[in-house]
Structures are given as structure tokens and as C-alpha cells.
Design a protein around this ligand. Structure first.
Ligand code: MN
Length: 283
């Protein structure tokens, strides 16, 4: 596992309550966004991040994915008792297996996002599960049109919707100096990618980047809860090991489509309920 430093924070924005939640535990960093229109999005989001927080140390990839599937079933069971209102959450993040140095596992359900800043290039590593993303993929709307689309709030995959959960996941090599951003849609809805890049480049520490990104989202309108986690891979003077052919990286059958990364977002949630609030940092 690479040497990491990290920070995370959240803000309710102009909503009454914060139904985002996050977990940062040194090897797993994830954001959950409780679903708008659902009865208890805060409960679902908190269950999701607490499930990851309870993952055993030195976990294997399959265990992390199994934990997500299990809590999906638990949330789905609770949702069945809500009189049809349902409850759900996104769950998006990164994990580092202790026995797989220089490899990061990226996982996603819903429309929260993972980005990687490498040098000055920001790359979105996840693909949204949303109605507008599907319309963009099909060529029916542009990314610019997505922000005003009537279905911009609708996610097409979430924890708590019942049935088998398909988790998008893949692995990537890390490099010294990589900076990962895990965020809820409340960030990308308010702050465009060039601004995100500028803040990431100007912020020396993970904590500074978190504070500035959250503040910028709130200052730009803060129409939704905003949650940000930043994970920095320590720079190294050693020759890059990142493309080491002895380290095999895996992916699920549907690797991320990175063809549509220029858009603003897209999803939104209704005024919410209390969630994990506050901030955390570590090293
Ligand atoms: Mn949201």
C-alpha cells in the first residue's frame, strides 16, 4: 500500500439536513449520498459507510465488494418496510489492499464520483449511474443540457433498490503524487472541472483542498449537501513502479467509459435528513 495522507469534510449547503455520509479509514475512502425522494436517505447513507468502516484490516478486494452487496441487502430489507417510499444511497470510493502496493480499487454505485489528479490532468474514474448520463451516452442530450434536464435527479443504480446489485469497480496503478478526489454530486453540481483542478493544484495539503472545495461549492450556491474526501499518494523519488507488469489489475466486465467527462452534473437530491457531518483528517 502506498504512503497516503488524507482529509474529508462535508457541509449541509442550503439544505435543511445533511444526508451525505463518508468514511475515511486509511485504506478505504468513500462517500454515500442518501437518495432524494426516499424516506430515510440519511439512514441508508450511514449504513453504507458504516459497513465499509467495519471492513477488516488487510481486506481483500472481494471482501470489500461483498460488504457493499451485503449492506445493499440490509438497506433493501429496511426499504421494504417504508410503505413504498423506499430508501437508498449512492456509494462511491477507493480502497487500497495491503498486499497490492501501487494499486487502487475504484468502486461506484450511483452518481457520486472519483477523480484522479495526476500532474495537472483531472480524470474522472467513475461513470455515473443516472438517467442523464444514459441520455448523454446515447447521444440524446449533451452534458451541458443534463444540468437542466427534468430527470437530472434520477439515479439508475443505488444501494437499497433491491435485487442483485451490480457494482462498477476496477483497479488502477497509482503513482507518487497522485491526488484522488471522492465527492458527492453537491460538489460537481456547483463547481466546474477547471475550477476543481485549480483548487487541487493550489492546495498543498489534503485538508486545505477539502476545505477549499467544500467552501467553493457552498459559495457557488450550495444547493445540495457537499462532501469531499482527498487522498494524496506520497511523492516518491524512486523509479515509477506504477506500470509494473507483475501487478495485475482487474476490472469487472464493464470498465468505466471515460468519453464523457466534460459535463457538469447532473444529479440532485431533495432536502434531506441528518447524516454524518463534520470533518476528519489523518495520515
Ligand atoms: Mn447529492
Amino acid at each position: 500500500m502506498p504512503e497516503l495522507s488524507w482529509a474529508a469534510g462535508t457541509d449541509v449547503g442550503r439544505r435543511k439536513k445533511n444526508e451525505d455520509a463518508y468514511v475515511v479509514r486509511g485504506d478505504v475512502f468513500a462517500v454515500a449520498d442518501g437518495m432524494g425522494g426516499h424516506a430515510r436517505g440519511d439512514v441508508a447513507a450511514t449504513m453504507a459507510v458504516e459497513a465499509l468502516a467495519g471492513l477488516r484490516e488487510r481486506f481483500q478486494r472481494t471482501e470489500l465488494l461483498e460488504v457493499i452487496r451485503r449492506v445493499h441487502q440490509e438497506i433493501s430489507a429496511l426499504a421494504a418496510d417504508t410503505g413504498g417510499l423506499g430508501m437508498g444511497t449512492t456509494l462511491t470510493g477507493i480502497g487500497f489492499e495491503s498486499e497490492r502496493p501501487n494499486v487502487v480499487l475504484v468502486f461506484n454505485v450511483g452518481d457520486s464520483r472519483v477523480y484522479r489528479l495526476r500532474g495537472s490532468e483531472l480524470r474522472q474514474l467513475t461513470h455515473d449511474h443516472s438517467v442523464v448520463q444514459e441520455l448523454i451516452d446515447a447521444g440524446h442530450i449533451t452534458a451541458a443540457e443534463a444540468g437542466s434536464h427534468p430527470d437530472r435527479n434520477v439515479v439508475t443504480r443505488s444501494l437499497g433498490e433491491g435485487g442483485h446489485l451490480e457494482i462498477d469497480w476496477h483497479q488502477e496503478h497509482t503513482r507518487g503524487g497522485d491526488r484522488f478526489l471522492v465527492c458527492s454530486d453537491g460538489l460537481v453540481k456547483e463547481v466546474d472541472e477547471p475550477t476543481i483542478v485549480a483548487v487541487l493544484l493550489e492546495s498543498t495539503t489534503a485538508d486545505e483542498a477539502v476545505q477549499r472545495l467544500v467552501r467553493t461549492a457552498v459559495e457557488h450556491g450550495g444547493r445540495d449537501n457537499v462532501t469531499v474526501a482527498i487522498v494524496d499518494v506520497a511523492p516518491t523519488d524512486a523509479p515509477a513502479l506504477d506500470e509494473d507488469p507483475d501487478i495485475d489489475v482487474d476490472t469487472n466486465p464493464r470498465p468505466p467509459d471515460r468519453s464523457d467527462r466534460d459535463g457538469l452534473l447532473i444529479a440532485d437530491t431533495d432536502p434531506g435528513r441528518a447524516g454524518f457531518a463534520g470533518s476528519a483528517a489523518g495520515r
